[in-house]
Design a protein around this ligand. Structure first.
Ligand code: GCU
Length: 439
């Protein structure tokens, strides 16, 4: 009898142990063979990451400690923001010049009466250099007051992001032709934005196409908003002035300007989301524009939420190599490429610039190029700032299991899968938004 009991204890211990081992194993990401991109080696082996020391977000550049929330807000935050602005994304004009909102569709019943759809074109400038972006908004029909909103900055024009024939045909950037063309063909992503899911949960959802604001292409500056702000005789922004990411952020802020005047939207509860280079964009937009109440960054990777000092996946050198993505950042960013450890900041401080507002970093287990673990470590290293401001962050130090949300106001979620979003991520986003911006 006693033997049987001992055996039972032994077997259940084994089961527990193997369950634990499975958990631990799942949270360790596989190594991959290294490769070379743009003549620069790419490391995908955890043991080869090397040692590095992160700068302390709660220490001024002078070395003095940041000992209060007020010191963070009034002095340290601006200090860090200025470094990212000057050396990574570039300075954008504070106030837009010559802006005009044209309501191309006033609030109209949509989705069988469940929502109200509104379409607006925001015009920048006039004459030869004029640009415009199309904004599409759905708001729950059944609402007591202005709705909280998720604004998605998207790769595709509005009519290609939703399954709704009433949405005006937008423009997409044609790489081969080097210009915008009408997006009147079938959408490769019909219904990408799960509008109905948001409406049913009491959230408005909006989108605009990033290339309406500035093309995602090197050497195409004359077809975007940045061109309107170049001093006479100059054909490129100065070394500390905006790259394309900062221009896309500027577009997000112009949409927020519009929503501040739109009675359907609660301007205090605007969240933003974007994927990949647009994940980097929403990180910087959230750091820059404190009217944005929450950020969800999908696979933002290097130049976004992944630590640069961690040599895994893409590096600053890959990003800024000529002919790759250098035009997305300011010119100064190239200084950090040879040695990211010499940079005064790292990605955890970009994360900290969003504090105390809700931020969700979503990654994927096999998205090795974007370094999902590097984003987790950035969140963990930014947590003391969230805590100083009275909010919760990511307190665990080991990479969590896939498909598990960890953290609080600053949260991390790694889906089991690759780059970008998988359909189940929307539910996670909605739950996060509901928790932080819901009624
Ligand atoms: C490239 C780039 C990444 C970027 C991605 C994307 O892979 O190296 O930094 O995130 O494009 O935007 O899809």
């Amino acid at each position: 009898m006693r033997h049987r009991r001992n055996l039972l204890i032994y077997v259940s211990a084994l089961v527990l142990l193997s369950a634990h081992a499975a958990t631990t194993r799942a949270a360790e990401l596989a190594d991959y063979p290294s490769e070379v991109k743009a003549d620069i080696p790419v490391n995908y082996t955890e043991a080869e990451v090397g040692d590095y020391e992160l700068p302390d977000p709660l220490s001024f550049e002078s070395g003095q400690p940041v000992d209060s929330a007020a010191a963070w807000r009034e002095r340290r935050r601006p200090e860090l923001h200025a470094i990212f602005e000057r050396h990574q994304y570039g300075r954008a004009p504070a106030e837009p010049r010559e802006i005009r909102y044209e309501v191309t569709e006033p609030p109209t019943p949509a989705l069988d009466g469940a929502a109200v759809r509104e379409q607006v074109t925001i015009h920048f400038g006039t004459g030869d250099t004029a640009q415009h972006m199309d904004l599409l908004v759905y708001v729950p029909a059944d609402r007591d007051g202005p709705s909280p909103l998720l604004l998605s900055i998207s790769f595709m024009p509005n009519n290609m992001c939703v399954d709704d024939p009433a949405v005006h045909v937008g423009r997409r950037w044609d790489r081969r032709e080097g210009r915008r063309v009408a997006a009147d063909g079938p959408s490769p992503f019909p219904g990408r934005l799960p509008v109905r899911q948001f409406i049913d949960r009491g959230f408005a959802i909006a989108t605009f196409c990033y290339s309406d604001v500035d093309p995602d292409a090197p050497g195409a500056i004359e077809q975007g908003v940045r061109q309107q702000y170049l001093p006479a005789g100059k054909s490129q922004p100065a070394d500390d002035e905006w790259g394309a990411i900062a221009a896309w952020c500027w577009g997000i802020s112009r949409a927020v300007d519009y929503f501040e005047a739109d009675d359907l939207i609660d301007a205090q509860r605007i969240a933003i989301t974007g994927i990949s280079r647009l994940g980097k964009t929403v990180m910087w937009a959230g750091a820059n524009d404190q009217r944005i109440a929450a950020v969800i960054a999908s696979c933002s990777g290097e130049g976004g939420a992944a630590l640069s000092r961690r040599n895994y996946g893409e590096t600053i050198a890959h990003l800024t190599a000529v002919g790759r993505f250098d035009y997305q950042f300011c010119k100064n960013y190239q200084h950090w490429a040879p040695d990211p450890t010499a940079a005064p900041v790292d990605a955890h401080e970009l994360v900290a610039l969003i504090a105390p507002r809700p931020l969700l970093l979503q990654t994927g287990t096999t998205d090795k190029w974007s370094d999902p673990k590097g984003e987790f470590l950035a969140a963990a290293a930014a947590t003391p700032v969230y805590e100083l401001l009275g909010e919760t962050g990511v307190e665990i130090t080991e990479l969590p299991d896939p498909d598990t949300l960890v953290g609080g106001t600053l949260a991390y979620y790694m889906h089991d899968g690759g780059h970008g979003m998988v359909p189940g991520d929307w539910q996670v986003f909605l739950d996060f938004l509901q928790q932080h911006l819901g009624e």
